[in-house]
Design a protein around this ligand. Structure first.
Ligand SMILES: O=CCCCC(=O)O
Length: 481
């Protein structure tokens, strides 16, 4: 595409890896190679560290209003290029074009929202005795190493680029090598919007080698990851040398509680909402509803409504406008999903629809609904990250809450009820970072995104990003020595 150079971006220059090595990017709908991006060598990583250090020296002294103007221009450029960027996103990640368009729009919203925040990095003045003054100011944390997953190639990079740029940091963005060109398009928009050289940098390369090299450098002052639990744990270990602070948004295994006060119509609506949320991005979403606990009184109606809605879903290439559910993003994900379903079926779960790897090219897996899943099934413990919807029956709300909380993750949870008091009980009873009541859309520029326990710590999005991308410096002054 005209707007995406498909190379490393180091100190304001798009370039190939110094030793010319590349990594293949595939179209999940066909398995074909659709691009080759640089596999950064150690020299390139050293160069990007130097560039980020120089970029930070400039950007930390740039007026917040100027940083805001860059982000606003980038948001406008991204909006102009949205159709082209969405097509790239779908080609390299697989999701339906309508979802890709919405995601690119959301990336622009991050740029725009944080443009507003750039001028609001307020500190505070402390009450002190006469003759003294004392205040706390927020300073940019420094060069950031940012690692993002392949499931949201636009919104995840934007959620890190936008606050870094807004608050005066420089950043080395390391997008997932499976879907890196969308992030390149975002960086190109920031470049064209006038971000100075070295403030925003991008490298693609072997992930463990890139993260180890960058984090071993004292130049990197902050690490942010959206990715898996094992990768998060590894970055924590790598950060031990220089003690860089981390923001970690890791896995989830979101429970949904559907309560028995719902009438027939509300059950239908709840089922439609859960199906839409579950099969968005073929279930490859950290906040995807993945354990659906339904109270006895509405269980059978809910299952029937879910099966009706799932039967309407069309599976196909993301580029086809009629597609509701695209392929999985890579072959290993499909293999993992198929294994979870096969194991559950072997353990006695009923596969109510889907559950079979289709013939033909691409990494497709059908929307799959399971009931009667035994409590020990692996898919109730491991993050499924795929189009699997297990419906589980419960009787008593306390029991439902206990089972919902019975995982080491704590990212998102949902409840469907028309009873405000019971909604409050569920909200208070679940230990997670985000909760939806009769609602499954949780991510927005203004809202803090993140979890607890194995789902990670720290927040991005909302004013909480100020914590993540700045440090509090306390200054105390006295008139005379
Ligand atoms: O997979 C995690 C990011 C989710 C973003 C979203 O829900 O839009």
């Amino acid at each position: 595409m005209s707007g995406v150079p498909e190379r490393l971006f180091v100190g304001g220059v798009w370039r190939d890896a110094s030793d010319g090595r590349t990594i293949d990017v595939h179209d999940p709908a066909t398995g074909d190679v659709v691009a080759r991006v640089p596999n950064a060598a150690d020299d390139d990583l050293d160069d990007v560290l130097a560039a980020a250090a120089a970029g930070f020296a400039t950007w930390r002294r740039t007026a917040p209003a100027e940083r805001a103007a860059v982000l606003r221009r980038a948001a406008l450029l991204l909006a102009e290029r949205a159709e082209e960027v969405a097509a790239v996103l779908t080609q390299e990640q697989g999701k339906p074009l309508a979802e890709a368009r919405a995601e690119v729009r959301q990336a622009g919203e991050y740029f725009d929202w944080f443009a507003g925040e750039a001028v609001r990095s307020y500190g505070r003045v402390l009450a002190t005795e006469p003759g003294r003054r004392s205040w706390v100011e927020r300073r940019p944390v420094g060069p950031v190493a940012a690692f993002t997953a392949w499931n949201f190639p636009a919104s995840l990079p934007a959620r890190k680029l936008a606050p870094a740029v807004a608050y005066g940091c420089s950043i080395v963005l390391c997008p997932a090598v499976e879907a890196p060109r969308t992030a390149m398009a975002l960086v190109a928009a920031l470049q064209d919007a006038g971000v100075p050289d070295g403030v925003v940098n991008l490298v693609t390369g072997d992930p463990p080698r890139v993260s180890t090299h960058l984090i071993a450098s004292p130049t990197i002052s902050k690490i942010t990851l959206t990715g898996s639990v094992p990768v998060g744990q590894e970055l924590v270990r790598l950060s031990a040398t220089h003690l860089q602070p981390l923001t970690l948004e890791l896995g989830g295994h979101a429970p949904v509680l559907v309560l028995d006060d719902l009438d027939d119509e509300a059950v239908e609506r709840a089922a439609a909402t859960v199906v839409r949320a579950k099969f968005r991005n073929a279930g490859q979403v950290c906040v995807s509803p993945s354990r659906i606990f339904v109270q006895d009184g509405v269980h059978d109606r809910f299952v029937a409504a879910v099966l009706d809605r799932v039967a309407e879903l069309r599976v196909g290439p993301g580029a086809d406008p009629d597609t509701d559910v695209g392929p999985l993003a890579n072959e290993r994900r499909r293999a993992a999903v198929a294994e979870l379903v096969d194991k559950a079926a072997a353990d006695g779960a009923a596969v109510r629809c889907g559950g079979r790897v289709p013939d033909g090219p691409g990494w497709f897996y059908p929307p799959t609904v399971l009931t009667d899943v035994p409590p020990g099934a692996a898919l109730l413990a491991e993050e499924p990250f795929g189009p699997i919807l297990p419906v589980l029956r419960f009787t008593d709300l306390d029991e439902g809450l206990a089972r919902a909380g019975h995982v080491p993750y704590g990212l998102a949870a949902y409840v469907f009820t028309c009873d405000l008091a019971r909604a409050d009980t569920v909200v208070a009873g679940l230990d997670v970072g985000m909760i939806g009541v009769n609602e499954t859309a949780l991510a927005s520029a203004a809202s803090p995104f993140g979890g607890v326990h194995l789902s990670g710590y720290g927040r991005e999005g909302g004013t909480e990003s100020l914590e993540a991308y700045t440090v509090a410096t306390a200054v105390t002054t006295k008139g005379t020595p």
